[in-house]
Design a protein around this ligand. Structure first.
Ligand code: XIL
Length: 311
């Protein structure tokens, strides 16, 4: 049977998975990761905490392991993520205001340069908006000001003119105040010539709650002249699983795949890891889980077959 990656490729898209270094010691996991997907996202080890744990000391060893694995399996890689308020080492929070812009630029320049030519996308800035569309009051926002996002994109472009530069966030899959804020930012970046190539919709979704405006929302971003990617898809349910919930989840995955395929600039879909064994969901949303297309024993769930049918 064709894999998820092959089916997506036949539609001019990719279908990928996030992964993380500790998982790779499981041979069954590694075999599925390497064969089923056309694209990988490094789930943790490209984040600032890992790549610049103290100022000016850069470490790409763990991330390189995953990039090399992807290359060996002919998979593309999305870079995730350069500027984010989480998994940020403490030292960054103590940088004085007059130095933080240069610290941010230096981090971006070093990391983008390290991976130059080996990634298809970078999530340059992650999760910069609140639900009401206001700016999240991160250290970057507070010490650099509104312009930090544009500065981050400029620094990334200067370091690698070819990698596609993405803004990535959650709860921007449907039309609403938060996606409106991202929309307005992308529109103004385009008007000002600030380099942005894409918007990543994380899509950490809840069972039965795929936004009805998903396709329309992807389309309005595409109409601004940027690509869209579904970057961290999972669809969580209240545990335990039941056949009815699995069926609803399969339907939900179908709707996400169909929405992406309906817009030519929706370039691909990445699940936030592929098996319920490795999912981040149970640790962050107590009582919820079973969000991914494979169960914790690596059996394919109804969601898997729904994705293959929709692709
Ligand atoms: C998560 C990872 O999956 C976890 O292992 C880690 O402990 C925390 O971060 N949005 C993002 C991702 O952009 O980087 C997050 O990944 C999930 C939410």
């Amino acid at each position: 049977d064709a894999t998820l990656g092959q089916l997506a490729a036949a539609k001019g898209r990719y279908f990928g998975s996030a992964t993380d270094n500790p998982h790779l010691s499981d041979p069954v996991y590694k075999q599925i990761l390497g064969s089923e997907f056309g694209q990988l996202t490094v789930g943790n080890t490209m984040k600032w905490q890992y790549t610049e744990p103290s100022e000016g000391r850069f470490d790409y060893e763990a991330a390189d392991t995953i990039v090399e694995l992807a290359e060996a399996n002919d998979q593309t890689v999305r870079g995730h993520t350069l500027v984010w308020h989480n998994q940020l080492p403490d030292w960054v929070n103590s940088v004085p205001s007059d130095r933080l812009l240069n610290v941010m630029r230096n981090h971006i320049t070093n990391e983008v340069t390290h991976f130059k030519g080996r990634l298809i996308h970078w999530d340059v800035v992650n999760e910069a908006f609140e639900e009401d569309g206001s700016r999240r009051q991160t250290v970057f926002q507070q010490k650099i000001g509104d312009g930090y996002i544009a500065e981050a994109f400029r620094a990334a472009r200067a370091a690698d003119p070819n990698v596609k530069l993405y803004y990535n966030d959650y709860n921007i899959e449907g039309i609403g105040p938060k996606s409106d804020a991202v929309y307005n930012m992308v529109k103004s970046f385009k008007q000002q010539g600030i380099p942005i190539d894409g918007v990543g919709m994380q899509a950490h979704l809840i069972l039965g709650q795929v936004p009805s405006t998903l396709r329309q929302n992807i389309q309005r971003f595409a109409d601004l002249g940027v690509d869209v990617a579904i970057t961290e898809l999972d669809i969580r349910m209240d545990l335990p699983r039941t056949a009815a919930k699995d069926a609803q989840q399969a339907n939900d995955y179908t709707r996400v795949v169909e929405a992406c395929l309906a817009v030519s600039r929706c370039v691909g879909i990445t699940v936030w890891d592929f098996s319920d064994k490795q999912s981040w969901v149970p640790s962050v949303f107590p009582g919820q889980g079973a969000a991914l297309p494979y169960d914790e024993n690596y059996n394919k769930k109804p969601a898997y077959y729904a994705i293959t049918a929709a692709l």
